[in-house]
Design a protein around this ligand. Structure first.
Ligand code: UGY
Ligand code: MN
Length: 246
């Protein structure tokens, strides 16, 4: 949608819809053979970063400045941590607590979502490294709605301060309410499409689009079309509103 400056992308104080025609790729310190599309950042008003990392074969990621979550979109990454090497392919994810020494190298050209968030130590609990694949995570109906299934990729416990879920909507399924909440979201559309309400605007969205929702951004989604719609969604979680980093 370039002619005469048209795009579906939209930047408002309480949300960003960023469509692929507006993505700009850049290098980041410490990485080589990787280009980054930085979707969400403190510069935007977010308290986390969300990027898509596009690896050439043999590309390597630099050290993480904060706790890091990785979700592989396609290709194969090799993660080295704690003396172990793991192969991560489509749907694989890894959570690396703050200060975990690790290396990520691409075995093939690959793309991954990277989410990083500063971590405030919690008394009496410390987070553990997690490696998994979405296909092994049980899908739970959202508020009893079987047409809308949620897979929680992060554990929910006192040591963890964010969640990353996938949400899959059957054609025609929709959130049962307009949500307005203190948590912010980073969202990447993975499959299908529909209509996203953000603030007082309704946007057509499709696979490949990124959305940031600020705290209290009114939000609602309904899936359209003949195939399921699916997105990966980040939210801060278990954080007191007065906690630093909120
Ligand atoms: O977890 C959530 O807040 C989720 N239901 N929000 C969303 O899909 N926009
Ligand atoms: Mn929400």
């Amino acid at each position: 949608m370039h002619p005469l400056g048209a795009t579906r992308s939209s930047r408002r104080p309480d949300h960003l819809l960023q469509t692929p025609d507006t993505f700009i790729r850049s290098p980041l310190p410490g990485a080589s053979g990787v280009e980054f599309i930085v979707h969400a950042s403190p510069q935007l008003g977010a308290r986390f970063t969300q990027m898509t990392a596009e690896f050439a074969a043999d590309g390597v990621l630099g050290p993480a400045p904060a706790q890091r979550f990785l979700y592989v979109l396609d290709g194969e990454l090799r993660l080295e941590a704690g003396g172990d090497q793991q192969s991560l392919t489509s749907g694989s994810f890894a959570y690396l607590p703050k200060d975990t020494v690790h290396g990520v190298r691409a075995a093939t050209a690959a793309r991954a979502v990277i989410i990083e968030k500063p971590y405030e130590a919690k008394a009496g609990s410390s987070p553990a490294m997690i490696i998994g694949n979405e296909s092994a995570v049980k899908a739970m109906p959202l508020m009893g709605d079987e047409s809308l299934r949620v897979r929680a990729l992060m554990p929910d416990g006192p040591a963890y301060d964010f969640a990353v879920n996938t949400m899959t909507y059957e054609p025609g399924a929709a959130l049962s309410m307009v949500e307005i909440h203190v948590m912010e979201h980073g969202l990447l559309m993975l499959e299908g499409g529909g209509i996203y309400r953000l603030g007082d605007s309704w946007y057509p969205v499709q696979a490949g689009d990124f959305i940031w929702m600020a705290p209290y951004c009114p939000q609602w989604f309904g899936a359209l079309g003949k195939e399921a719609a699916k997105y990966l969604i980040y939210k801060d979680w278990r954080m007191h509103p007065l906690e630093p980093g909120r």
